[in-house]
Unconditional design. Structure first.
Length: 131
């Protein structure tokens, strides 16, 4: 599957998230949203929520997606680096309707709830049958 990048909210935590994405994604394909960034605080052990909605203020689409995180080694007093991946299975993307989706990635630990990144993701119906 392909991956998609994001706009980060910056700040002290995993600042300046960048994304790698090749829009659109096709219904029935494996796809991943991959975010990477760095910051003064390690994001290891944080709890995340990834959600998608059909409009910016809409109710989230029900997704069984738990983002994973890989934290890079720190050299000297350098910042922490991290890669956060939200993987969508072929079954998940097949169940999405065609259209433009708004997505958000949040840190949801008690006392530290905040948005980390957001963006849009186009979902299209492929011309051929699902493989």
């Amino acid at each position: 599957g392909r991956s998609r990048a994001a706009r980060g909210h910056g700040g002290n935590d995993v600042a300046d998230l960048s994304q790698s994405i090749t829009p659109p994604i096709y219904m029935g394909e494996d796809a991943s949203l991959v975010l990477s960034g760095s910051g003064a605080t390690t994001p290891a052990g944080w709890t995340y929520r990834f959600s998608m909605a059909t409009n910016a203020a809409g109710a989230p689409v029900s997704l069984a997606v738990t983002p994973t995180i890989t934290v890079g080694a720190v050299t000297g007093s350098g910042p922490y680096t991290a890669t956060i991946t939200a993987a969508l299975t072929a079954a998940t993307t097949a169940a999405l309707g065609e259209g433009l989706y708004y997505w958000e990635l949040w840190r949801i630990d008690s006392g530290s709830r905040k948005p980390l990144a957001k963006g849009t993701w186009a979902v299209v119906d492929p011309v051929t049958a699902y493989l």
